[in-house]
Design a protein around this ligand. Structure first.
Ligand code: HEM
Ligand code: HEM
Length: 153
């Protein structure tokens, strides 16, 4: 398994813990719901998206019988996604408190998160297109995995 797959899965669990931690505080002290934007991005961009990144980078290339085309791009994706989340969510918290540089943190964090997301899209898309199964299908053949069970007899 590539290191970045495990790293995405573990980072997802860390973001989930932070999302739930903040959620509990918000549930107990309703005044803290001003931090809703931070909570929902910890949960949706942190827990859910990082989990999908990790699982998809491992599984999708295997579905297509084609190793991930750009490992280096997945490594860049990991670090930009984590840096982006740190900046974006602290920026959301800073904005509520009127701290300086809050808008800049949200903007730079958003940009880094978007770079990570686009790396993911390009890498998986190109990997699927490079799949040997695609060439088989283009010639009108069917990959073995799609043959009906009855053909085996
Ligand atoms: C222990 C678990 C959780 C608790 C206690 C919790 C609690 C809360 C609270 C108190 C709010 C603010 C509601 C308000 O503005 O009045 C909220 C908002 C939100 N939470 Fe959670 N949450 C939890 C887990 C999650 C998870 C796992 C997700 C997504 C994967 C999530 C997604 C959201 C979203 C999208 C909002 C914004 C809803 C809106 O804008 O109407 N939450 N949550
Ligand atoms: C590059 C990644 C992302 C960036 C830069 C980003 C940025 C933002 C920003 C700046 C807002 C406005 C927050 C406010 O002013 O209070 C917002 C709102 C929101 N985002 Fe994201 N977001 C990203 C990804 C996502 C993803 C992946 C999801 C869900 C799967 C999501 C769900 C939401 C929701 C539900 C709201 C509305 C919150 C509300 O009702 O106040 N975002 N996002």
């Amino acid at each position: 398994m590539d290191w970045f797959v495990r790293a995405f899965l573990k980072s997802s669990l860390v973001w989930f813990s932070l999302a739930v931690g903040l959620a509990l505080a918000m549930a107990a002290f309703p005044l803290l719901t001003v931090y809703r934007a931070a909570h929902l991005h910890l949960a949706l961009l942190g827990f859910v998206t990082q989990m999908i990144y990790g699982v998809a980078l491992h599984v999708v290339p295997r579905f297509f019988g084609q190793p991930l085309l750009h490992s280096r791009m997945a490594e860049v994706q990991f670090w930009t996604a984590q840096a982006g989340l740190v900046l974006l969510t602290t920026g959301f918290v800073a904005r509520v408190n009127g701290w300086p540089l809050a808008a800049g943190a949200v903007a730079v964090g958003g940009l880094a998160s978007a770079v990570g997301a686009f790396c993911f899209v390009v890498n998986l898309w190109r990997t699927m297109d490079a799949s040997p199964m695609r060439a088989v299908q283009a010639r009108g053949g069917r990959p073995l995995a799609t043959l009906p069970q009855a053909d085996a007899h």
